[in-house]
Design a protein around this ligand. Sequence first.
Ligand code: OOB
Length: 530
Amino acid sequence: MSAIEPLRLDGVVPYPDDVAERYRSAGHWTDETLADILFASVEAGPDRTAVIAGETAWTYRELGDRVLRAARGLQNLGIERGDRVVVHLPNVPEYLVVVFALFELGALPVFALAAHGRRDIEHFASFAEARLYITSSEKSPQTVPGLVEAHPSLLGAIVVSTGAPVPELEAEDPREHERRSLPGDIAFLQLSGGTTGRPKMIPRTHVDYLYSVRESNRICGVDARTVQLVVLPISHNFTMSSPGVLGAILAGGTIVLAPHGAPDVAFGLIERHRVTQVSLVPPLVMTWLNSPLVSAHDLSSLETIQVGGAKFGRTAAARVRPELGARLQQVFGMAEGLVNYTRLDDDEETIVGTQGRPISADDEVRVVDSHGRDVAVGEPGDLLTRGPYTIRGYFRAPEHNARSFTPDGYYRTGDIVRRDERGYLTVMGRSKDLINCGGEKVAPSEIEDLLLGHDAVHDVSVVGIPDDALGERIKAFVIARAGSAAARAIDLKRFMRSRGIAEFKVPHVIEFVDEFPHTAVGKVSKRDQR
Ligand code: OOB
């Protein structure tokens, strides 16, 4: 192994030296890279199945070989340590090949989501000064023409057609395994949830990410027996690391890739591959819960359904175990770092009523008022956090960082939460989504949760809309439940009043719609609804 210097990348805010030393000596940050965890699993169980997609199934040995050949291929193209590569792939096994090959080279994937379009890709390429763009044959007609010409940093574009050979990734002469990244290096650029404007880039190191994955596996009980179904976009932070595909690979488990999470596809895969674990966003769980296909499939292998990405209210949460037969685990996380889980052995009230508690005892959490003062236990406030896997700044964004981080390094999450005496968090909403109705602050989640208890409601999303007199009025978008008797707006209002909701929280407008606008990962986009 040749001695190499730590990667230097301008525009990254490092952890302070003393803090980094603390995380290392606590054993949180170890001496491994993300590439190492794959090769450790190849060694531990070469013949175990690593990934299944359609009729394709690769063992760990096969995945490892492909990664080494791809690393060599990418190197032949001129990709070097520290180079940024925009990875824009759907849920296909080649995604794993590309990403681990880049980790191996010490090059940095920029994790675009499959739903991103040409404009987003242009932005990622120019902002990160990317050297390469890798996409699928479905996306390439829209994104590739003219891209390389328009972005001089790009050496080229690679198009992956699933199942077909990709010459650029299949060098015949994989070199000896030579470590090209250091554990403390930035491993990739993840994208922020991006509720406002363009997504920011989130630089995560091998050590901090690996710490969160290792601990997530422990908390979520992921091991070599785990069969994980991936239906959310694979490159999203939830799917990657909570515990996600990296958790499965670290444990030597099996990943089953699905193109999306619709019940007609997902339920069949669960039955066929005896899937034990799946991660969903709330709109998708509602589709599963209300699907007539639930009784047509054997879902009995499913042990844990993780739900996260947006608030999952108590009413829907309480239906998961009785109706889908698996335990629920709530996951409240963010690509910037902090992840909270309900624990597998928590009591029912905690599992349905909270969004869990942080991974680590070294996650520092503050809940503060508008003056930055800590609020009392149980009171709502703004969530601030710092810790062993939470970034200290976005990539190349000094002005934004000055707003999004406190001078002592806490990340301002933008979430309003309540924390109980045990440290469990209940999310009230995004601070921007709170509705200010003539001075009364209304949390959309409370109204949504109540309306989900009505038989005729499949899903609901509540937003504030501008109002001359009140500042904001409350509007509820409702998707009616298929097969149930139609409800009218007046029925829903009566229902809410019968449940004793404060009069000022009854929505002024209720609109029935067929579907909600979604973000790239499948969360309801309230911005678009407003
Ligand atoms: C996950 O990551 P991002 O970066 O796409 O979005 C983070 C934001 C959080 O700040 C919060 O506003 C919201 O999404 N959120 C939740 C939530 N989980 C995320 N809000 C309420 N309840 C939840 N359970 O979405 C993400 C990253 C890792 C694991 C899980 C989700």
